[in-house]
Design a protein around this ligand. Structure first.
Ligand code: FE2
Ligand code: FE2
Length: 191
């Protein structure tokens, strides 16, 4: 994988803010992969490409899906913030020739998570949220947690994301509810 080429492509299609976010996810994602003994190159690939479609406006995203036959579920239509992830996985495969299903699914599900994610997929979900360049006030504690207890970090992040949606009276995507339930049971059972 030619990471320099991907960075160069992304710097042209993403806003400066989104590009910096991508580099932040790459940096923290690779550190997390090393900590949890996952493949750092796979993590780097997933992190760099996770928001590669975010440069398109939302109506362009829907149009891209229509033209390329990317299926959009009813739930996705109600949570349009997930569409860029569907296109991201499509581009990762067809433009950047990523073949590993695990990486493509990590990109596909990164906004919401889902049940039964692999560790790599969980680490991308975490890295996207705790990106050091994003400077959310919560990220300090969550970053520490992510290096100590990956599973609880995933749970805390899905709660934070869904609390935000509830406070703003927005729809919860069913995949994020599946992730929440999965983490509750998983953490309970490992005790
Ligand atoms: Fe995203
Ligand atoms: Fe992101």
């Amino acid at each position: 994988m030619d990471f320099e080429k991907i960075r160069s492509d992304l710097s042209k299609v993403l806003s400066e803010k989104r590009y910096q976010h991508t580099l932040g996810v790459e940096e923290i994602g690779v550190r997390l992969a090393e900590r949890w003994e996952e493949n750092p190159d796979e993590m780097r690939t997933a992190a760099l490409l996770h928001d590669c479609a975010k440069g398109m406006r939302i109506n362009e995203q829907f149009e891209f899906c229509r033209q390329n036959g990317i299926p959009i579920s009813r739930e996705d239509t109600l949570s349009p913030g997930v569409i860029h992830a569907r296109i991201g996985a499509f581009l990762a495969h067809w433009k950047y020739h990523v073949k590993e299903r695990e990486i493509l699914d990590a990109i596909f599900f990164h906004p919401t998570g889902k049940d039964n994610m692999t560790r790599l997929q969980k680490l991308l979900f975490i890295a996207d949220y705790i990106d050091p360049n994003r400077d959310l006030h919560v990220t300090g504690d969550l970053t520490e947690l992510a290096f100590e207890d990956m599973e609880t970090a995933v749970l805390e992040i899905v709660i934070a994301k869904n609390e935000y949606l509830i406070e703003n009276r927005m729809i919860l995507h069913p995949d994020s509810i599946k992730l929440y339930n999965w983490q509750i049971i998983y953490i309970e059972q490992r005790k």
